[in-house]
Design a binder for this molecule. Structure first.
Ligand SMILES: Cc1cc2nc3c(=O)[nH]c(=O)nc-3n(C[C@H](O)[C@H](O)[C@H](O)COP(=O)(O)OP(=O)(O)OC[C@H]3O[C@@H](n4cnc5c(N)ncnc54)[C@H](O)[C@@H]3O)c2cc1C
Length: 440
């Protein structure tokens, strides 16, 4: 009999198992796949993601093999902003969420999943969790209305059964645990992005560049193995047309969004892997806990990749859920109240506002005149630029940056700066032209 069984061993599951095992609890971690392996995901980690790794003593192993940076460059319609996430905001974020602001770092990195997930699962094993790869759970054991264990099958076909005081579903978007419990998704947001990416050697941008023009966007960031991950995305309703010629449309999108970046990729880059892609990233929420079970990571909620926060949010869930479960297992709190506090933090007003923010961005509407004026006004105002970047990354509350009085103050300067950018000439006509699908 285990204290906890964790189903799924990547960004959400391995840290949950690791933290519980470090707390002295008996943990079984079950993973269907064999690691190291990738999942369908790009892999950008914002500073709060890196801070979790640091809090858990795993950062050194990541930065030894992965380039890391502090400044991010975001270019919207030619308006370029470069900034960093301030340490003060990071600390405040951790204090509010976890009641502990220690271990924050301001760097970010893009870590291949085959590198990161292996490190995480190994850390769970080193902490004392019983880690079993190649083990797929296909049944929940329910007694008196309560989940008390799992049944499954190894790769070799051997059936197994294990019991625990609680089962943690960390098994991703298509969560078996959620389906077996009959949990329905709610607050679904089907308007999202399609995304395609690949890996180039031969050119090394310094840090992250993120470009946006009309309804399309592109990002490039150095990753492991001396390669750069290069990604394009757009509204999901253009995805089917994009897919008819992925290689050609990838270059077309890059050239449209950033001619400079497209030229570097063409002249210096050597494509090292095939294109990866997805057409549907519908966002959703699921119930978080019930009798004998709790969900973390994508199993519990998912949002579009456009702000690259899913892995970091999986880390957040792991720390919140492990704290709650550990408090109950340690006899400090009844299970229901411990999991209710996990839920309250996950479903806070800030979390809801950020969910809305990402889902709205994922619609990939052309940026409005006033939005561009605001971005233009941020140039030369480093403090607000950094706060904007922190807001975008879910480090500072969306409501604080976008509150009317803050926007009023920033925008006061906008009238003087907006005439410096081509986008403001013939704005209405340009915006209308952006609505046509360029791939059909
Ligand atoms: C296109 C795209 C790009 C993205 N880019 C980024 C990015 O740049 N940065 C970022 O932070 N996030 C990004 N994300 C989000 C990120 O991929 C996820 O939020 C993150 O992987 C969630 O981690 P997880 O552990 O919850 O789930 P997963 O990573 O999906 O892991 C779930 C694990 O559970 C296992 N499993 C499933 N069913 C069973 C079963 N029945 N028995 C045993 N094991 C099982 C699976 O094998 C898998 O290993 C992106 C997502 C997409 C789709």
């Amino acid at each position: 009999m285990f204290d906890a069984i964790v189903v799924g061993a990547r960004c959400a599951g391995s840290p949950t198992a690791m933290l519980l095992a470090r707390g002295g609890h008996r943990v079984l971690l079950l993973e269907r796949a064999q690691l190291p392996s990738d999942v369908l995901s790009t892999h950008f980690l914002w500073p709060h993601g890196m801070s979790y790794l640091n809090r858990w003593g795993l950062l050194e192993s990541v930065v030894r093999t992965t380039p890391s940076y502090a400044a991010v460059r975001i270019v919207n319609e030619g308006i370029s902003l470069t900034g960093e996430v301030p340490e003060k905001l990071l600390r405040a974020h951790f204090e509010e969420l976890h009641g502990d602001g220690s271990g924050v770092v301001t760097t970010y990195a893009s870590v291949r999943r085959r590198v990161l997930d292996k490190l995480l699962i190994d850390a769970a094993a080193s902490a004392g969790a019983d880690v079993r790869e190649g083990c797929a759970v296909d049944e929940l054991i329910v007694e008196d209305g309560r989940v008390v264990g799992v049944r499954g099958r190894t790769r070799a076909g051997t059936r197994f059964e294990e019991r625990a005081r609680i089962v943690v579903g960390a098994d991703g978007r298509n969560s078996f645990v959620a389906r077996a419990l009959g949990l329905t998704k709610y607050d679904e947001r089907p308007r999202c992005t399609f995304a395609y990416w690949t890996y180039y050697s031969g050119f090394a941008p310094r840090g992250l560049q993120l470009h946006r023009r009309g309804r399309l966007a592109a990002a490039v960031v150095p990753t492991n193995f001396d390669q750069s991950m290069t990604l394009v995305w757009g509204p999901s309703e253009w995805g089917a047309a994009f897919r008819t010629d992925v290689a050609g449309h990838f270059q077309q999108a890059l050239s449209f969004v950033s001619p400079d970046l497209a030229e570097r990729v063409r002249s210096e880059g050597r494509q090292e892997e095939r294109f990866y892609g997805t057409l549907d990233q519908t966002a959703y929420l699921r119930p978080l806990y019930g009798p004998g079970w709790v969900l973390v990571g994508d199993a519990e909620s998912f949002k579009d990749q456009c702000t690259a926060t899913g892995m970091t949010h999986a880390f957040r869930d792991a720390e919140l859920a492990a704290t709650a479960i550990g408090s109950w297992l340690g006899g400090h709190e009844p299970l229901d109240s411990a999991l209710r506090s996990y839920e309250e933090r996950r479903r806070s007003q800030n979390a809801a506002a950020y969910y809305d923010y990402v889902c709205t961005l994922a619609e990939m509407r052309p940026l409005r005149h006033d939005e561009l004026q605001l971005l233009s006004a941020l140039r030369g105002n480093q403090e607000e630029t950094d706060r904007y970047i922190a807001t975008h990354a879910d480090i500072a509350p969306v409501s604080e940056f976008f509150q009317a009085s803050n926007l009023f103050l920033i925008n006061d300067a906008a009238r003087e700066t907006s005439d410096q950018h081509a986008i403001f000439d013939g704005f209405a006509e340009t915006s209308r032209s952006y609505l046509r699908n360029p791939f059909s």
